[in-house]
Design a binder for this molecule. Structure first.
Ligand SMILES: Cc1ncc(CN)c(N)n1
Length: 228
């Protein structure tokens, strides 16, 4: 069994739950509340910047030039292609650059990005790649599944087309191939770290959609009066 099949088998239950999330079901039907999608897109724009930084950090640790080029290319692609998608929806929703800048990353977004940056900084190269893989793989699978059931009149068609399109497929295939090669060359300890990093990022993907759907904000302490 290939290493990525093994990763898929171990996270199958969580990944099925992600497909069944109300955010993804309602998006597929074109019924997702636009206010929820708007909040998600704003958070995703924050996420993408951190994701691209994590890819660039991982690229700097790659053991060979083709892997450096692959990860650095994915970082550039995330900024160019997915940013354009975000700008498209922010334009539709009337969210200006200043509005965007005034909205802080959510706790879920901050947590996910921090995890990716930590994996790419403190972790070794295989661990960083395993942490980054769900960002590619889960979106491809969700994009394809939704594309099968949804039409061009869906208000989220541009989002669906991006993640079910050929360009995204190709970048996912390259990431899967890289992970398989790293998994095959790794010893048990490295493979165990890769499994942990992969599973944690799958959980972060679930959490990101869950948090967007419930429009979570940072919990704050109640106002507190000092007694003198
Ligand atoms: C949270 C999240 N994860 C993954 C992707 C796809 N790069 C994304 N746009 N947003």
């Amino acid at each position: 069994m290939s290493f990525t099949r093994d990763l898929a088998r171990e996270t199958a239950s969580l990944r099925r739950q992600i497909h069944a999330m109300p955010f993804n079901r309602e998006l597929a039907e074109g019924q997702l509340d636009p206010a929820i999608f708007q909040g998600y897109i704003i958070q995703d724009a924050h996420y993408l910047e951190g994701f691209a930084r994590a890819l660039a950090l991982a690229a700097s640790k790659a053991p060979d030039a083709p892997s450096v080029a692959q990860l650095a290319g994915s970082a550039a692609g995330a900024i160019a292609v997915e940013r354009e998608l975000h700008n498209h929806y922010m334009g539709l929703f009337g969210v200006s650059a200043d509005d965007f800048a005034a909205i802080a990353p959510s706790a879920a977004c901050d947590h996910y990005v921090s995890f990716l940056l930590r994996s790419a900084t403190i972790g070794d190269f295989p661990e960083a790649v395993a942490a980054l893989l769900p960002c590619f793989w889960i979106y491809r699978d969700i994009g394809h599944e939704i594309a099968q059931h949804s039409g061009s009149e869906n208000p989220y068609a541009a989002w669906i087309a991006t993640y079910s399109g050929d360009a995204f497929d190709q970048s996912v295939a390259r990431m899967l191939d890289l992970t398989d090669r790293l998994g095959a060359a790794a010893d048990d300890a490295v493979r165990a770290r890769m499994h942990r990093a992969f599973a944690r990022s799958c959980w972060h993907e679930w959490r990101f959609w869950d948090s967007a759907y419930h429009r979570e904000t940072w919990r704050q302490p109640e106002p507190f009066e000092e007694r003198v």
